[in-house]
Design a protein around this ligand. Sequence first.
Ligand SMILES: NC(=O)c1ccc[n+]([C@@H]2O[C@H](COP(=O)([O-])OP(=O)(O)OC[C@H]3O[C@@H](n4cnc5c(N)ncnc54)[C@H](O)[C@@H]3O)[C@@H](O)[C@H]2O)c1
Length: 380
Amino acid sequence: MAKKLNVGLIGYGFMARTHSNAYCKVNHFFDVPYEPALRVVCGLEDKVAKAFAERWGYKSHTTDWHKVIEDEKVDLVDICVPNNVHAEIAIAAAKAGKAIICEKPLALDGAQAKTMVDAVEKAGVANFVSFNYRRVPAVTLAKMLIDEGRLGRIFHYRANFLQDWTISANVPQGGMATWRLDVKAAGSGVTGDLLAHCIDTAMWQNGQITTVCAMTETFIKQRMHVETGKPEAVGIDDACTFLCRFDNGSLGNFESTRYARGHKALYTFEINGEKASIAWDLHDLHRLSYFDHADESIVRGWRSIHVTDGDMPYMGKWWVPGLQIGYEHTFVHQLADFLEGLGQGKPASPTFREALATQYVCDAVLASAKDKQWKTVKKA
Ligand SMILES: NC(=O)c1ccc[n+]([C@@H]2O[C@H](COP(=O)([O-])OP(=O)(O)OC[C@H]3O[C@@H](n4cnc5c(N)ncnc54)[C@H](O)[C@@H]3O)[C@@H](O)[C@H]2O)c1
């Protein structure tokens, strides 16, 4: 029998929906030691929080996140709010002895993220950061193939995360819909929002990034601020490109922008090893491209592996071979792994400390772009 785990969800936006969907689904598909019970949801507007609670089955709602932490029955605090609010909630939740799931990026910067790591480690509470792309079955399969040594020595890792939604100068900054463009709420632009995903996946698959050399650009220098109603300087990076070295000797090449007309969420990576190469594309997320140099030359070529068979990561829990799953399942997978880890007393990855490592790479990238110099990444 799975034990009940009372959830306090903070935020009722995009990520709150993906996490709530995962809470509702996880026990139907995975044999995990806990069953989430939706106790309370918190968000800024009472009416919206109430409607969210009714739609998803949360027992109550509030507009004050402190009430979620003060509720003794809440076992797990799930942080789905803008980046500038993560730290104070996580630190208070750790002090109250709650398990914590926090959306990415962990914090505004490495220094703030470190205070969160210290708080959860001091309190000894379970902690997890939602870098969900690791749990796309094809991405997990790529990690398995690398760990099995099928690529041999790795030479190159390249990743892109391309969008196009901020090209218009009329998109404002700040407020509830466009907090990502306000540096005070977001911490950074595409570096923390998009490249953080690429960096997390890359370091999970290919080890620590040690040095970086970056350039960033803010194409539109002023935007109307929703809160002040006035044009204000834009403090985020609209685009970022960086080169890096990994600890294993391989070279990395990363690019992200919100100015790539025609791309909505094009996250891709390619990894080249001495024996084989791997490529993946979020727009075709159930496929993994694989090139194996050991194949007989007359049939050697890029294979497109349809990642749907029962022996492929997570897929045995879903439908039958040939039938694919999607984006929302990555949140179910990470929740299942988190609950399994909680039951076994073994933290699921990435923990706050692992997310701190990603935050330090983001810090080094932004510092390199500012100083126009190579930077060494701090160790988490
Ligand atoms: N894992 C992913 O792929 C992914 C995707 C999108 C967003 N995110 C991350 O998730 C977090 C939330 O992003 P989102 O897209 O869901 O945002 P959103 O704008 O859709 O929702 C933000 C929510 O935060 C609430 N909120 C803001 N300030 C608050 C406060 N002080 N107290 C209580 N509630 C408050 C708002 O009411 C709103 O419900 C961010 O850290 C973001 O970077 C991660």
